[in-house]
Design a protein around this ligand. Structure first.
Ligand code: SF4
Length: 489
């Protein structure tokens, strides 16, 4: 248990997120004490042998670390007085230096704990700032490592030029969630239910989606979305005629010739058939995802995917045969029991598959998913992610002539790294950039989806649909009303 005391309110979450990055396996407890109060006695008499202490005065913030009554480290930083962001950043730098000395570790993303680090570089590029300015800002304000600054700046520049092909502000994108999967993966934190249980009610679910699509058409006055993304879950758990019903409805609702990118996640190879792929192709789907996550059969068993590496290869070859020329593959670094050799093997196999884009995830261990408990029960299997593993993945992408084009971070990522999307020129997933950069409204239909409206002045508001499929269907009118309130003029 890591205890940290602070004598200022409303900074608890930032402190928690930063300390958690230094201590991923520990529970972190942030306690807010009375301003200016010297709590040392209280902490020790309260049975807390070691703790961090953050203290503010009018000019400075101080962070110390005490162990068994002895203050071992003390850092201080001038915070500038009144600006909330400056105060918060100064505090995080002060805590960072202290925790770094205590643990002997540095964090690749420094004090940045948000999920969209590229956005900072992107904003500066849009303001016309030079690469040197961006470097200085990310280095001095957030202590980001040189390697990650280069990555973030490279991606921001690429995203900017990709987005120049669309009028993002005046358009919108459409997301449709199919919350069913063949089985539940051990690490899953998405809205996903076993298709076997819901098979008989899929048509009821599709009826609800159609009512949501009707509302989208009404709210956007018949205007076609720039990009459409059918995700989940696993959309290809639907039968071919159900896919035809849903995508046919989209075709009838919008002028699909104006859609720049139409993605369907065909994620699980055990859900893919020739008939489904032909249906997707015939109805205008331009991009699909076939996701191995790992090319090691033993790991696939551990994570509950219930398909084999051969299934991945078969599904991928079938997709090529059916004419798909923009196929993404997702892999995860840090799956239980995988070491450098496993990652090398996965990447060797990915090189042979030669997808058009590759998304490299760093394992995020969420409490709600089964992975957290599994690792506690199987201490022989570790979740390990290292810079070497990331390099192998990045080199594979490079050998496949791919460039990094989007990046995001999640809470509790093994190694505190990032997820990076790589793609060949012309195969960049535009929807992925739009959702990360928050430059366009995304209206989302289906259980567990979140819609986001980006207003002209940059303000962002969200509304969500309930996760539970039963509740989503029975409370659909309420979900529609939420959308009407958010997206109505
Ligand atoms: S395929 Fe994706 S959505 Fe489905 S259970 Fe696995 S992680 Fe969850």
């Amino acid at each position: 248990m890591i205890n940290i005391f602070v004598d200022e309110k409303n900074l608890e979450y930032d402190i928690y997120a930063l300390l958690k990055a230094f201590y991923p396996k520990e529970e972190v407890l942030v306690k807010t004490a009375e301003k200016g109060h010297d709590n040392a006695d209280k902490k020790e008499s309260g049975g807390v042998p070691s703790f961090y202490d953050v203290h503010f005065d009018v000019e400075k913030v101080y962070c110390s670390y005490t162990d068994n009554g002895r203050e071992l480290i003390r850092e201080e930083e001038t915070h500038g007085g009144t600006d909330k962001a400056d105060i918060k950043n100064a505090m995080k730098r002060c805590i960072y230096r202290t925790a770094s000395k205590v643990t002997g570790n540095e964090l690749p993303w420094g004090t940045l704990t948000g999920i969209r680090p590229v956005k900072l570089a992107m904003n500066m590029i849009c303001e016309g700032r030079s690469h040197n300015d961006i470097y200085d800002f990310l280095k001095n304000t957030y202590y980001v490592s040189d390697e990650k600054i280069i990555l973030a700046t490279d991606i921001a520049g690429r995203e900017k030029s990709i987005l120049e092909c669309i009028d993002a502000k005046n358009g919108y994108s459409l997301y449709i969630g199919i919350p069913f999967c063949p089985t539940t993966c051990l690490y899953c934190s998405f809205t996903s239910y076993p298709i076997a249980k819901w098979r008989k009610r899929v048509s009821e679910y599709l009826t609800c989606l159609k009512r949501e699509i009707d509302l989208v058409r009404e709210l956007y006055k018949g205007k076609t979305p720039d990009t459409i993304y059918i995700g989940g879950g696993t959309p290809t758990t639907l039968e071919p005629e159900q896919l035809r019903e849903l995508i046919g409805y989209l075709n009838a609702s919008f002028n699909m010739n104006d859609v720049i990118e139409f993605t369907v996640e065909a994620g699980r190879p055990d859900s893919i058939t020739r008939e489904k792929l032909n249906t997707l192709k015939e109805l205008g789907v331009s991009r699909i995802s076939v996701n191995p996550q790992t090319m090691n059969d033993e790991t696939l068993k551990v994570i509950g995917r219930r398909h084999t590496v051969d299934d991945v290869k078969r599904a991928f070859a079938l997709a090529r045969e059916c004419g798909f020329d923009n196929i993404n593959t997702d892999v995860i670094l840090g799956l239980p029991g995988e070491d450098l050799m496993h990652i090398k093997h996965t990447m060797d196999e990915i090189r042979l598959l030669a997808p058009d884009s590759l998304t490299v995830h760093s394992m995020a261990i969420k409490r709600a998913a089964g992975m957290d408990q599994y690792l506690k029960e199987h201490t022989e299997l570790k979740s390990i992610n290292t810079p070497d593993m990331l390099d192998i993945a990045a080199n594979t992408a490079d050998e496949l002539s791919m460039k990094p084009y989007y990046l995001y971070r999640q809470k509790n990522m093994t190694g505190n790294f990032e997820n990076v999307g790589y793609a060949r020129e012309g195969c960049y997933g535009i929807y992925n950039i739009l959702i990360m950069e928050e430059v366009q409204s995304i209206i989302a239909c289906g259980a567990g989806t979140v819609s986001k409206r980006v207003f002209n002045n940059g303000r962002i508001e969200r509304c969500d649909n309930v996760k539970d499929v039963e509740l989503y269907m029975s409370r659909l009118d309420e979900m529609l009303e939420r959308k009407r309130t958010l997206f109505g003029d």
